[in-house]
Write a protein that binds this ligand. Structure first.
Ligand SMILES: N[C@@H](CCC(=O)N[C@@H](CS)C(=O)NCC(=O)O)C(=O)O
Length: 223
């Protein structure tokens, strides 16, 4: 195994996108192998590369890492994005999980049938406005970072989630000034500004083609 970081997943966001974000913010260059056929996935399984027969898988530091949260925690720990002590880490995990809840809810709705999509999206919007965003707004009113006095993976995960929310509900942040100010600070970080440029390894929202691929019987479940 070379020293390169290599990501194995679909050519879409799914469970890999937050890993891409963390690597980008940590300034780690990575290559990607996009799985487009069931045969590619089966080869990885037969080669023993997927501990639980699932992707995302990340080759890094001589290891084949699976389980997206474990991978993110490893990157966060290695690149000083995981707080200074257990109390900070548990707070980081709490905010990071809430950010992922939002992204998972949106992704699920985008993969549901067009008939239910409008109602389901409205439910997500209400949950985000009532439950999640006020907690982030409060935390960001007290400090420029969600936890402690330095950038953490919680900030990165929430920034990603806030952009995703705006992709689906363009005005959702209008009543959350601290989150808007946070977005502005995050966009000014050079690694983030670079990742937001067109042509970066950031993936778009799933489009119809990706949704179709994910639903084919030969493909893996994409969530
Ligand atoms: N808990 C795992 C779940 C991974 C997962 O569900 N991966 C799907 C693709 S998004 C997969 O590999 N499906 C193939 C299968 O389970 O047969 C994680 O977070 O990495």
């Amino acid at each position: 195994m070379s020293g390169k970081v290599v990501l194995y997943y679909f050519d879409g966001r799914g469970k890999m996108e937050s890993i891409r974000w963390l690597l980008a913010v940590a300034g780690v260059e990575f290559e990607e192998v996009f799985l487009t056929t069931r045969a590619q996935y089966e080869k990885l399984v037969n080669d023993g590369a997927l501990l639980f027969h699932q992707v995302p898988m990340v080759e890094m530091d001589g290891m084949k890492l699976v389980q997206s949260k474990a991978i993110m925690n490893y990157i966060a720990g290695k690149y000083n994005l995981y707080g200074k002590d257990p109390k900070e880490r548990v707070m980081i995990d709490m905010y990071a999980e809430a950010a992922r809840d939002i992204m998972d809810m949106i992704s699920m709705v985008l993969f549901t049938s067009p008939d239910n999509k409008k109602d389901e999206l409205e439910k997500v919007q209400v949950k985000a406005k009532v439950r999640t965003l006020p907690a982030f707004e409060k935390a960001l009113g007290a400090s420029q970072f969600l936890v402690g006095n330095q950038l953490s993976c919680a900030d990165v995960n929430f920034f990603e989630a806030s952009l995703m929310l705006e992709e689906v509900f363009p005005t959702i942040l209008s009543s959350f000034p601290n989150i808007q100010a946070f977005q502005k600070r995050m966009k000014a970080i050079p690694a983030i500004s670079k990742f937001l440029q067109p042509g970066s390894q950031r993936k778009p929202l799933p489009d119809d083609a990706l949704r179709k691929t994910a639903k084919e019987p030969t493909s893996l479940t994409l969530t």
